[in-house]
Ligand binder design. Sequence first.
Ligand code: SPV
Ligand code: MG
Length: 556
Amino acid sequence: MKVVQMPPDVAEASDPPNDVRRRSKASQFRQLLTAPELDFIMEAHDGVSARIVEEAGFPAIWASGLTISTALGVRDRNEASWTQVIDVLDFMADATSIPILLDGDTGYGDFNNFRRLVRKLCQRDIAAVCVEDKTFPKTNSFVDGPQALAEVGEFCGKIKAGKDSQLDSEFSIIARIEALIAGRGMDEALRRAEAYHATGADGILIHSKESTADEVMAFASEWAGRCPLVIVPTMYYATPTENFRKADISLVIWANHNLRASITAMRDISRHIFQEQSVTAVEGSVASLRDVFRLAGNSELAEAEKRYLPVSGDSCRAVVLAASRGSALADLTEDKPKCMLDVRGEPILARLARALGDAGVQDVTVVCGYKHEAVDVPRIRKVINPEFDSTGEAASLARAVEDMSGTTIVSYGDIVFRSYILDLLLKCDADIAVVVDAHPGEGARRGMDLACCSRAHARQNLDDVPVTLESIGQEVAEESAHGEWIGLAKFSARGVDLLRAEIAAMSDDETLSQAGLPNVLQRLVAHGEKPRVVYVMGDWLDVNDAFGLANARNFM
Ligand code: SPV
Ligand code: MG
């Protein structure tokens, strides 16, 4: 059986609350190493690969000397200095919340260099280090040629110096035995393991370059669980991992696969783009920029900006109208409003809020109604229209009107659109601007908000006179329509004042409760306002029924 040294109980009555009590990374790693189960950890070589390892679900990261060196464009022969490695580790640790085991090579020198390394690692929140019994500068274990082993006594002094210097009592030092790699045989490997264990190593990594796990298994059997065993099945990769479990191995390190995968991917894509002089064919197969920004944690920064930056006069907010059930969607909206229907792994509303956020509109108020408790989207503020069943969009907008100040986007909650549409709207400097699809397809659909504009869409700018909205809503005859309003509008600070006044007037003359947004826009036009038209040609969809939902899923 594996030797299990359980860390101190963290749940004692006098302990501080959970968040404070959270285990240190060193403690998490120690538990992983000493727990009876077999665990797997994965290589990373920079901040983003470390984050990907964590997202994949691994409990810890192997900061590989080989892959960090290769990613830096140098050989795995201590060509990168130890402080350069620490700099990389810093990024990896900052990007993740799981423990990191550093491949500390031979400790970058003698006992003195090693103890300085250990102190520095503890300061940088690195959980553990693996140190191998070779001489400096080390050579990768799989490189042809001699492998010079350190003297046992000298290496034991190094381990002791490291253990005496660690600043966190749960920091782990794993002694890596290279005797099998150097062809010095099993007895030598076991003799060394015994000495390193007696000196205080927290675990033994037994390394092998054989294509089968035979010698590692033989070692594990002789070792008989005296302390946790770690292995690196790079060469004996075909061995079923179940065999490692049966042999009471504690930790398996997948030592270099992220770097090797990225080399293959980068080489393929570079060659392809070079040959084709185009990226068109590869765009869909590489990570999206959205994914890149997500991995980099952009949304956290956006949140922080809301907390720490003064609200600038020209910041833009949004009101999204999402109170209706979407009855035409029948059972699909039994327990949630249609804005929460999934379109390719994300609710429509979450997509919308994210598109707004990506365009710099962080402050999003959503007017909910039907099953409002099911509206669960990050970073939105909910306002409830309890009369959603008997009132229309204008009444929902009225619920958010107090929230409105400065430039405000008003959007239906059931639309999906390409992000450039929002950019076009945000760039428009009119007091009121509406997005009109100049090619809404054949025949008027039910509920289509037709728009009659000062001029039809033209591919080239005919003159400098902007296109304005002349009338909108279902009373616009199909033959005189220049397009369909897509449910997206922008109001400047003055536009918001006009909107607020119009809603108040509608409340007074009791037309508010049954009015749609086109009615409000129409009244503004009737009072002499000239909303600017931002023409688009498709690239959006609304979800009114199952057909619309299927289209939206295909569209994305
Ligand atoms: C590393 O990943 O750098 C290692 C493991 O030390 S190995 O390359 O197998 O030696
Ligand atoms: Mg290494």
